[in-house]
Design a protein around this ligand. Structure first.
Ligand code: ATP
Length: 353
């Protein structure tokens, strides 16, 4: 799966651009503020229906323009388009039709973003790591999105009842449904992490050969206690606190080096390589399971990495056989692999070299 055409209109500082990217390695270079990240952001927007830099859609519409328009044609023939008006109107199209859910975009255009902000995966709380697991489980199993949404709705409803201090019987009546969907969600997540582990070990052994990293799935509660029992046993405490303390909504991916959290033990460069290993492994497993890889967006690849590590990372990305977009200020910093296509960005204007 790859973008064979990308059109961008009035998005950030890009007035209009039409690109035919290579199916392999694409380098996007230019000075600070030229618009490199905006190209990656546009691709991300086409997959997620939102930005990775802001939750305010108005911010990405070019100044003084009423709307932005993004369009891509995928190598398999699908056409994805988004037009967003300043007044909030959002028109999303897949092959000319409005999709049922926004996640239909992501299902067609799976992508992984590696950016300076990706450190959050290791440095922030478990939410980012849960989302990371859920990315894989979502793409691996079409049932995931339904199960995940159902669990979320039940959790929200239970938390509302807890906050209102509703009678215990009224709250507990939903516990068996919540346990049913919670267990299902946990199985899907755990299956994904199990498949991920093999690929991850292989990549980590190349990126960080001397660091004994252990990756494990923490499901969000003590696995020896059935979820329904956990909910009923914790009900009084949950009422006191006004929310459901444990369950699949507390799941996490634990990354440890010598029994310590990886973030306490690794240098910035090593953390970046670990994040890259995690993201590359996701795409690799998806490719093996679904015979359709994902696309990689790498913003500012050179930052934090020495020349040998940059080479290693680029070689791994090349080995995935996926479409890759890498942004850089100086192309000379990334001259160690042959780029299939190179684009220069200058004040929002993009030209193929
Ligand atoms: N809504 C907008 N309309 C027009 N220009 C914008 C808008 N939002 C941001 N910009 C400008 O777009 C430019 C491109 O930003 P972008 O982050 O894509 O640059 P970049 O090439 O990735 O820079 P860097 O190398 O510093 O990360 C910036 O100068 C920014 O001020």
């Amino acid at each position: 799966m790859a973008l064979s055409r990308l059109q961008i209109h009035h998005f950030r500082n890009i007035e209009t651009a039409s690109l035919e990217p290579a199916a392999g390695l694409n380098l996007i270079y230019g000075d600070n503020g030229s618009g490199k990240t905006s190209v990656l952001e546009a691709i991300w927007y086409l997959s997620l229906g939102r930005s990775f830099r802001t939750h305010l859609a108005q911010r990405v519409i070019q100044y003084e323009q009423p709307q932005f328009t993004l369009f891509t044609r995928l190598s398999e023939g699908d056409r994805l388009g988004i037009q967003r008006q300043r007044d909030g109107d959002n028109d999303v199209r897949i092959n000319g039709e409005r999709p049922q859910r926004i996640s239909d975009l992501a299902a067609r255009l799976p992508l992984q973003l590696i950016s300076p902000e990706s450190f959050a995966l290791l440095l922030d709380g478990p939410k980012a790591r849960r989302e990371f697991i859920d990315w894989g489980a979502f793409h691996a199993d079409p049932q995931f999105i339904g199960v995940w949404s159902r669990y979320r709705r039940l959790l929200k409803q239970r938390n509302q009842l807890l906050k209102q201090k509703a009678p215990q019987r009224q709250i507990a009546v939903w516990d068996s449904q919540m346990a049913h969907y919670g267990d299902w969600l946990t199985r899907l997540r755990s299956d994904w992490v199990n498949s991920l582990n093999g690929a991850l070990e292989g990549i980590i052994s190349q990126f960080l050969p001397d660091v004994p990293i252990r990756v494990s799935f923490s499901q969000g509660w003590d696995a020896r206690t059935p979820l329904e029992l956990l909910l009923s046993q914790g009900l009084e405490r949950d009422i006191q606190l006004g929310y459901t303390v444990s369950g699949p909504h507390k799941a996490d991916l634990r990354l440890r080096v010598e029994k310590l959290p990886a973030q306490d033990n690794l240098s910035r460069g090593q953390l970046k390589l670990l994040v890259c290993a995690l993201k590359i492994a996701q795409g690799q497993v998806l490719g093996q399971q679904q015979h359709r890889g994902c696309l990689y967006l790498v913003d500012d690849l050179a930052s934090e990495l020495d020349k040998d590590r940059r080479t290693l990372l680029l070689q791994q990305l090349q080995k995935t056989g996926s479409q890759v977009f890498v942004s850089a200020i100086e192309p000379a910093q990334l001259a160690m692999v042959p780029w299939d296509k190179t684009f220069h960005v200058e004040q929002g204007r993009i030209t193929e070299q």
